[in-house]
Design a protein around this ligand. Structure first.
Ligand SMILES: [Fe+2]
Ligand SMILES: [Fe+2]
Length: 441
């Protein structure tokens, strides 16, 4: 790891300490952290560079993947096994047989979470460390950047490797600061938080600063353009990050309607349809602005969407996209907006969402009008594929409605909770099946 200028160290240290009482008030400045290089398997190394209290000949981090340690995998190792052993075969055998019914976890894990044990070999002795406290005691004082990363990982934080904006380490006031992430919400929205951690000499970990860096709502917000990259909002609060991600999707909708207007013109669609697409694009400019304001009011930080330009689509491609994005998602989005306009605790959110919902309802009508214009221009096989896209989009809505919604988003932003979402999507699907909305150009 590279050395760090002492003045930078002082500045960052003082800033971090000063911001600590105001956790979440400002975005995190990631300057000055040295990124952690990825190990061979692509993950961050846990052992390379650590300085345990007592030197060992060989240290192995072993993953226990089966029940009660029945299946194992060497995650990482340093040193030479049994290098100083008097009875090498016996030593090798002890290492091979080492396992545990327990184990500790490393990093932040929300899905498949293996346990780990640390196998420490010094001369003929083979120790199995299977608790975090044993590993901390064995590690001794945190006196290298790698020690600090391991301490943060033992505490349940992930230090992403080769990601200087999300993972790194820097010395600070005789100890270390570690940049790390953790999932703070795994349902709708999925939310990841970035932390600056103070790792003390004893391996104690304290959160100095935090910032929600990724909030991905599952609700439908406007029409997404083809070529839209991954969307996520940032912010000091969940509500702020949520509105930041909505602002990003609204900004993406501007693109979607501009592209749609151009494509419709090229396909010689009736002028009113082309004009309605252009007007919808202007609505989305206003929505993005309103959402940016709401986001800022709740500590969110907006970033423009990343959209890859795409060539003009065929009529079938347009119809498939319109069936999913317009007839289903944007129409349902209007419904959710209306819900928010009634249920949000924040009166400003209620007003803004009610206004946006009116526009979205108009966009939904445009989608159905477009559907009516496109269908007669498609072959029976193409029309079946359009129907399939609509069914899939509806199924996606119903799937999304089964996820929990953060309580703060339900209260403040007025999002329907899990039960309300299920009811809304069910009624919506039933209504579409019973009588597809009439469309007039
Ligand atoms: Fe919108
Ligand atoms: Fe819209």
């Amino acid at each position: 790891m590279a050395s760090f200028n002492p003045i930078d160290e002082i500045l960052h240290h003082v800033l971090s300490l000063s911001l600590a009482p105001l956790v979440g008030a400002c975005g995190i400045d990631t300057d000055g952290f040295t990124a952690v290089a990825c190990a061979g398997a692509g993950g961050a190394p846990y052992l390379s560079g650590i300085a345990p209290r007592d030197p060992a000949d060989y240290v192995e981090l072993r993953e226990l993947t089966g029940p009660a340690g029945t299946a194992t995998r060497t995650r990482e190792s340093v040193g030479v096994r049994c290098a100083g052993a008097a009875d090498r075969p016996a030593c090798e055998q002890k290492i091979a047989a080492a396992t545990s019914g327990g184990g500790f976890s490393l990093g932040n894990c929300v899905d498949f979470c293996p346990s780990h044990v640390l196998i420490v070999n010094t001369r003929d002795e083979v120790l199995v460390l299977d608790t975090r406290d044993e590993v901390r005691a064995w590690l001794g004082p945190v006196d290298t950047p790698a020690d600090a990363v391991l301490a943060a990982s033992l505490d349940g934080y992930t230090v992403p490797c080769d990601r200087p904006d999300e993972g790194g380490v820097r010395p600070s006031g005789g100890a270390y600061e570690v940049l790390a992430t953790r999932y703070t919400q795994i349902c709708d929205p999925v939310e990841r938080t970035l932390y600056v951690l103070a790792v003390g000499a004893g391996g104690d970990v304290q959160e100095l600063e935090s910032e929600v860096i990724a909030s991905e709502p599952g609700v439908c917000i406007g029409r997404r353009p083809a070529g839209l990259g991954r969307t996520a909002g940032r912010g000091a609060t969940r509500v702020g990050a949520y509105f930041a991600s909505v602002a990003q999707l609204e900004a993406a909708s501007v693109w979607a309607f501009e592209a749609l207007g151009r494509e419709l013109a090229q396909h010689r669609a009736p002028r009113p349809l082309v004009e309605r697409a252009r007007l919808a694009g202007r609505d989305e400019v206003r929505h993005a602005r309103l959402m940016r304001r709401l986001s800022a009011r709740h500590g969110g930080r907006w970033e423009p969407p990343q959209i890859e330009p795409r060539p003009v689509r065929s009529l079938e491609e347009l119809a498939i996209d319109n069936a999913a994005e317009g007839c289903v998602r944007e129409t349902y989005g209007a419904l959710v907006g209306m819900w928010q306009g009634r249920c949000a605790r924040d009166p400003l959110v209620r007003r803004v969402m009610a206004r946006i919902a009116r526009d979205e309802a108009r966009h939904a009508k445009l989608s159905w009008a477009l559907d009516a214009w496109l269908r007669p221009r498609l072959s029976p096989a193409e029309r079946r594929r359009v129907d399939e896209a609509r069914r899939e989009a509806l199924a996606g809505l119903e799937e999304g409605a089964r996820r929990d919604v953060d309580r703060e988003l339900v209260l403040c932003a007025g999002l329907p909770d899990e039960q309300a979402s299920r009811t809304l999507t069910r009624h919506f699907a039933e209504a579409l099946a019973a009588s597809p909305p009439p469309a007039r150009i």
